[in-house]
Design a protein around this ligand. Structure first.
Ligand SMILES: N[C@@H](CCC(=O)N[C@@H](CS)C(=O)NCC(=O)O)C(=O)O
Length: 414
């Protein structure tokens, strides 16, 4: 694939991500200079190409340039004929523009005012922080309302509007939006996860770890740290070195906490062995016989689960993506859980339902901590009930009389 030119941006930068994700969708190659950083934007060479002196900048093969992350992403999105990313008609194009303007002139300025003191780019000031949080809350409330009935912002497919809004939210989800703050914005979180779990996003951004405590601000010596609600020890400043604008660097991942589940009395049921048996044998009757012969109800529990917003689901492949997004966030639960979750029904009339086997008698932190856990209802079931046994077999096998609808898709967590 021939490259269209050079994108000047650090590898880890949410504005650079926009162009790179769009390039992935449209199969366009862009080169990136190694080790490009903020310092490079003040060189005479860079200013000759990009007089505004900000990054990212795109230099095309013919020597012409484009600046501004959204304009660059728009340019690359339009390189493919009939790309759905730029909208299918004038109405959709207008909506895309509307969200780009919203992201850049409303959402992003509010976010930057909050992010800067976390990144150490602006002194901490409680009043200013509260005001910024209030503004962010106002815009996320609006997005949350819009996303109540939508998978993507414009039309029924992912567009440039989603790439831009989601990239603007990457750093906030990592360092500012605590679980408590983001709790009322479940639709936004669900949407964010759906998008960042698309392969084109994952390839550029990789895994995103959501903030799991209150944000930590970089304090000047005379200021006292604000009290956080969680008992977690204050995290060290993620980016102590000042930089000209936020989002240059991203925080180091937290050390993984040891699971409480490792402290449970040993169980004779070997979950890994079950997963192998399930993968290598017919589910009915072989794997299910194995399951019931070995299942240990003291060390494990069985849970029926369903998506809370089933009536809002649209296309079945999107419902499957929804499950995939949830599973992607359950990485830490893999040692402790097995699940089979199905999309039942058809386009514009489908539901997500499934069964999980989970270590212990509660839904553990490794699952409840997933940002979209709140979108699912988990109900513990009695494994001795013959009706339940039959249902579990049908859900694990993806077929059978107890399934309420035809199976359109599904995913197994193993
Ligand atoms: N709207 C512009 C903003 C660009 C921008 O602020 N870039 C930051 C880096 S993320 C920058 O270069 N700051 C340097 C400065 O403000 O001097 C875009 O989206 O590209």
């Amino acid at each position: 694939m021939a490259s269209i030119g050079t994108l000047y941006a650090p590898k880890v930068n949410f504005r650079g991500y926009k162009a790179r994700i769009v390039a992935e969708y449209n199969n366009v190659a862009v080169e990136m200079p190694a080790d490009f950083d903020y310092a490079n934007t003040s060189t005479a060479e860079y200013r000759a190409k990009f007089p505004v002196g900000k990054l990212p900048g795109l230099e095309l093969k013919d020597g012409s340039t484009v600046f501004d992350s959204n304009a660059i992403a728009y340019y690359i999105a339009g390189l493919k004929e009939n790309s759905p990313l730029v909208g299918r008609n004038h109405r959709e194009c207008t909506e895309i523009l509307q969200y780009i303007m919203f992201a850049e002139s409303d959402l992003m300025p509010a976010l930057v005012n909050w992010l800067d003191p976390i990144l150490g780019l602006r002194p901490y000031n409680k009043v200013a922080i509260n005001e910024s949080k209030e503004n962010v809350g106002r815009f996320l409330t609006a997005l949350n309302q819009i996303l109540l009935t939508r998978t993507f912002l414009v039309g029924e497919r992912l567009t440039l509007a989603d790439v831009i809004v989601v990239c603007d939210l990457v750093l906030p989800y990592k360092i500012a939006l605590s679980p408590e703050f983001r709790a009322p914005f479940k639709n936004v979180t669900r949407y964010f996860w759906t998008c960042i779990n698309q392969p084109e996003f994952r390839k550029i951004i990789g895994d995103i770890k959501f903030l799991d405590q209150e944000p930590t601000y970089v304090m000047s010596k005379k200021e006292k740290a604000p009290k956080t609600k969680t008992a977690a020890p204050a995290k060290k400043a993620a980016v102590p070195a000042p930089a000209p604008a936020p989002a240059a660097e991203e925080p180091k991942p937290e050390p993984k906490p040891k699971s409480k589940l490792d402290l449970l009395p040993p169980s004779p049921f070997n979950l890994e062995a079950w997963k192998r048996f399930y993968s290598n044998n017919d589910t009915k009757p072989d794997a299910m016989n194995y399951f019931w012969e070995n299942y240990d109800p003291e060390g494990y529990s069985l849970w029926k689960m369903q998506f809370k917003y089933n009536p809002e689901l649209t296309l079945t492949f999107m419902s499957a993506n929804q499950i995939g997004g949830f599973f992607a966030r359950l990485e830490r639960a893999r040692k402790y859980a097995f699940g089979s979750v199905l999309v039942l029904g058809q386009n514009n009339d489908n539901e997500i339902r499934g069964y999980f086997v989970i270590r212990g008698q509660e839904v553990p932190f490794e699952i409840t901590d997933a940002p979209d856990y709140e979108s699912y209802e988990f109900t513990k079931v009695d494994h001795t009930d013959p009706k339940i046994k039959e249902e579990v077999a049908d859900y694990f096998a993806w077929e059978g009389p107890t399934l309420p609808r035809e199976v359109a898709d599904g995913k197994v967590f193993k």
